[in-house]
Design a protein around this ligand. Structure first.
Ligand code: UDP
Length: 475
């Protein structure tokens, strides 16, 4: 079995007052015919980076809407994640190509993970290249597979694409963040564009009163009576952390007490991050006003929330970017942003809405200085950015888009066959159950349901209609 990520429970009702009632009603309407649809989100890490950030909120909310949604991760060793990071970089256009050993590691580990996928789902959504090869390597059991690409694949390295593209041939649909990211010869006919979104209510984004935000950062050594700029990003060359340090140094010539925070989360699937972290430390350590934090040293969601809220300017100096959730996160908190004019960033903030878009280090330094120098304009820009995020980049909009896609997938193409409750599958987790005298079971309406464990049996007993809806309720 592939490792499941436990996301707990989360209620759509919490969004009342944040988005309009009619949007929440639309969500409930779209979800109703999909009640009981079994969906798997598959990626490579339960933390660190935008994909896990979104799944942590989207998965429990989709469950709350009545679908049966799991999140599982593929596993692999260092050679697999070295290969997938090279693949990720090559798909974003980097010159480095996969070695023969990396290609072997990718294939062998994908095959192992395909064997471990023994649960049944109506739809599997594989995120990014890490789990993408599993589909072609496993059994074809009628499940619809969607490739969800979060990176800029508009101009992939040709050798990388020649290796990777064929794995996508078996997919029913592919989802991209922007139309512009769709590679020219994508072997998938059904292509959809869905921009990501942030969860306004997650610990990272929920409202944090200023006094509390200050207390949260008490232990970090930051001086909150001095100007502060911050970049919150994985330590990745595309996020250009060294460029941020250069821009910071230029601004400091004019704002001598300026502090810089570089907060980076270490993801399971990103072995490159440690090398970049070391390089950043070598640059930053001699300067007591540069603070380098990671999720592994205690800067988690609440601290990131406080940093994004209390910074005078949030920087995201990416040179290549999928979406950059951090931009919406900062704008949602009313903090102006200076960001690279790349990928999904201009979709979130046009130049002059939310802050400024920049193309190089001097431009970045200039924009930061302009915002520090004119707090009234900075506040106006940030407010415009916050309005845009409220309108376009909050999770309910993303869920609506995803429900539309799921509806299309199960209504067009072969009919969605609900799982027969009398098969040997646990209706809650989907695991195959070989019945014996000790198998937990429950008789209801003349049917016997069998479970892998009492945990699943108890979940089922709490709300049987959710896990085994009547056949006539299904599309
Ligand atoms: N993040 C975090 N701690 C850090 C650095 C980043 O929690 O120290 C989070 C950040 O808040 C955002 C996600 O990681 O939610 C990064 O997503 P984004 O889309 O900006 O970039 P990606 O990592 O997916 O390329």
């Amino acid at each position: 079995m592939l490792q499941a990520v436990d996301v707990g429970q989360w209620s759509m009702a919490a969004y009342q007052g944040i988005v309009g009632d009619e949007q929440l009603a639309r969500l409930a309407d779209r979800a109703a015919p999909l009640r009981g649809l079994r969906v798997l989100h598959l990626n490579a890490t339960p933390y660190g980076g935008g994909v896990s950030e979104m799944l942590r909120s989207a998965v429990p909310l989709l469950n709350d809407l009545g679908l049966t949604v799991d999140w599982r991760i593929v596993s692999g060793d260092r050679s697999f994640f070295d290969a997938t990071k090279t693949l990720h970089n090559g798909l974003q256009g980097a010159g480095t190509e996969l070695t023969a050993a990396q290609r072997d590691a990718y294939l062998a580990t994908s095959r192992r993970n395909a064997d471990l996928l023994d649960e049944t789902y109506d739809v599997v959504i594989a995120h990014d290249p890490q789990p993408a090869a599993i589909h072609g390597l496993g059994d074809d059991d009628g499940t619809r597979w969607v490739w969800r690409c979060h990176i800029d694949t508009s101009a992939p390295n040709p050798a990388t694409w020649a290796f990777f593209g064929p794995f996508l041939e078996a997919y029913e649909a592919a989802v991209f963040t922007l139309d512009a990211f769709v590679p020219p010869d994508l072997p998938v006919a059904d292509v959809v564009t869905i921009p990501p979104a942030i969860d306004a209510l997650s610990p990272k984004n929920l409202r944090l009163p200023e006094t509390l935000a200050r207390q949260v950062l008490d232990w970090t050594g930051l001086r909150l009576d001095m100007p502060l700029i911050a970049q919150v990003s994985r330590f990745d060359p595309w996020k250009d952390p060294m460029g941020v340090i250069e821009a910071y140094r230029l601004v400091r010539e004019r704002v001598p007490r300026l502090q810089l925070v570089l907060a980076g989360s270490m993801a399971l699937d990103d072995p490159e991050a440690w090398g970049i972290y070391e390089r950043i430390r070598a640059e930053a350590d001699p300067d007591p006003l540069i603070h380098v934090f990671t999720n592994l040293t205690g800067v988690g969601n609440i601290e990131v929330n406080a940093i994004q809220r209390l910074a005078d300017v949030v920087v995201q100096k990416s040179v290549r970017e999928g979406f950059g959730l951090v931009v919406s996160e900062a704008l949602w908190k009313g903090t102006p942003v200076v960001a690279g004019r790349t990928g999904g960033i201009p979709l979130q903030m046009a130049d002059g809405v939310g802050g400024y878009l920049v193309d190089d280090v001097p431009g970045c330094a200039d924009a930061i200085h302009r915002l520090l120098d004119d707090p009234a304009t900075a506040a106006d820009l940030a407010e415009a950015g916050r309005r845009r995020v409220r309108e376009h980049f909050l999770l309910p909009r993303l869920l609506l888009n995803e429900l539309d896609l799921l509806t299309r997938l199960v209504t067009e193409g072969p009919a969605w066959r609900p799982h027969d409750p009398d098969t040997r599958h646990d209706p809650v987790c989907g695991l195959a159950v070989v019945p014996n005298a000790h198998t937990p079971s429950l008789a209801l309406d003349g049917r016997t349901y069998r479970f892998c464990s009492n945990v699943c049996r108890n979940r089922f007993a709490l709300d049987p209609g959710r896990w085994a809806p009547a056949l006539d309720e299904r599309p």
